[in-house]
Write a protein that binds this ligand. Structure first.
Ligand SMILES: [Zn+2]
Length: 413
């Protein structure tokens, strides 16, 4: 029987939201009752009801001291090469607006290691501190994200997977390229190479850290959950990645699956670092799992550390999926902190656990940069502990659900 490990508990985030919704509902009802009472009786005493409720609920709705860690992936004006672009790629205009929002709202962007160090020492960070992360090491982080970060002097941590570092050795042009003799067009597709990683580190703003080796998933049982087709093989690229050892940074240039042919079964699967894999008709033993995953962590620290000439001690879980056991192995391998939490990065929390907030687009279910920028504004407020902004997030989420439902119905009709 294959029982997957329990992933890290999401309950803290759900509980926070529930508490805020309960407090906001109580406040809303008290305001309504106060107004009705005033109109009905003509007595101003009725306004005491919302005033007292506001005083009581405020401590549930405004709790400064949280440090939001915002997770970006791709920042691109031509992201179509990436099958999962709709979920993780932001246009450069939107990204610029988001950074401007951070600047306009008085946020102080700090490096991840400052967050980890402060929490280890039990020191609070300055008010309105936020952290920026970029996952996967896409070339567009060099082309577009870095130039905007430089304009604001904002630091960020970049998490790269070893097998996806491009083998090229030249810096490619970016929005910052000023050399008039450089006539090369901007390249939006692909992954960062060593030279670009080194150049980003050299700015003093970017801290490159580990996102594992192959961003892989593994079969975790004999059950088949689908079939590889011409329409889905790019979205299921992990099957190809798992079958081809070595560098995978140019996988998307293949016109057809390189290793696992169309028509092959897709097994039930989970992220490779968090599950015991199913191989040759049997499930990996606990010890085999531990040895495999520990070796991968060691390889990440060693090879990325040698490449960058610095210690690599932060780990970001591919697909933001982790388990208590996988985290224990990462910390044993020497990582000081990993991602994967569902808390708020407050001083009293486990300093080795970083909780993050995904930044996306099309929050209304359709392209609208103004709505996306507004949604991010609300994410910043809630992330900093101002839960009065929850209704803004929920309104957008509800609109998105309705738009998706309407789109589905229209397509069926
Ligand atoms: Zn990733």
């Amino acid at each position: 029987m294959n029982t997957p490990e329990t992933p890290l508990n999401r309950r803290p985030r759900k509980r926070r939201k529930l508490r805020a919704v309960a407090a906001l509902s109580a406040l809303f009802l008290a305001v309504c009752a106060g107004i009705v009472g005033l109109v009905w009786s003509g007595s101003w005493w009725w306004l005491l009801l919302p005033a007292v409720t506001a005083a009581v609920t405020h401590r549930f709705l405004y709790r400064p001291g949280a440090v939001p860690v915002f997770t970006f992936h791709s920042v691109s004006d031509a992201p179509d090469w990436l099958p999962w672009a709709p979920d993780i790629s932001l246009g450069s205009d939107l990204f610029a607006r988001m950074l401007q929002t951070l600047a306009d709202t008085g946020c102080r962007v700090v490096p991840t290691r400052e967050l980890v160090a402060c929490r280890r020492e039990g020191r609070p960070l300055p008010a309105r501190s936020v952290v920026l992360h970029f996952d996967d090491g896409y070339l567009d982080n060099w082309v577009a994200a870095l130039p905007y970060l430089k304009r604001h002097g904002m630091p960020a941590t970049l998490f790269v997977s070893l097998d996806f570092i491009d083998p090229g050795a030249e810096l490619r042009p970016s929005l910052d390229t000023e050399d008039p003799s450089d006539a090369r067009p901007l390249q939006w597709d692909g992954y960062l190479n060593r030279a670009e990683l080194a150049a980003m580190e050299a700015t003093g703003l970017i801290d490159v850290q580990s996102h594992g080796t192959d961003h892989g998933r593994v079969a975790v049982g004999p059950r088949v959950v689908g079939e590889l087709t011409a329409a889905n093989w790019r979205n299921l690229a992990w099957l190809q990645w798992a079958a081809v050892p070595g560098n995978k940074s140019r996988w998307y240039l293949e016109q057809e699956p390189a290793a696992v042919p169309l028509g092959s079964p897709v097994p039930e699967n989970l992220p490779s670092l968090t599950a015991r894999r199913w191989l040759d008709g049997r499930r990996e033993s606990e010890q085999e799992y531990r040895d495999r995953v520990s070796a991968e962590f060691q390889r990440c620290r060693r090879e990325l550390g040698e490449m960058l000439g610095k210690p690599v001690d932060l780990f970001c879980w591919p697909q933001n999926h982790t388990t208590p056991r996988a985290r224990e192995l990462a910390l044993q391998a020497g990582f000081a902190a990993t991602t994967g939490g569902w808390f708020e990065n407050r001083p009293g929390e486990d300093p080795s656990l970083i909780s993050r907030i995904h930044v996306g687009k099309d929050v209304l279910g359709l392209p609208c940069t103004a709505a996306d920028a507004f949604y991010f504004r609300a994410q910043v407020a809630v992330g900093l502990g101002n839960y009065y902004w929850y209704p803004a997030l929920m309104l957008c989420q509800a609109t998105r659900s309705m738009v998706r439902l309407a789109t589905k119905l229209l397509q069926r009709g």
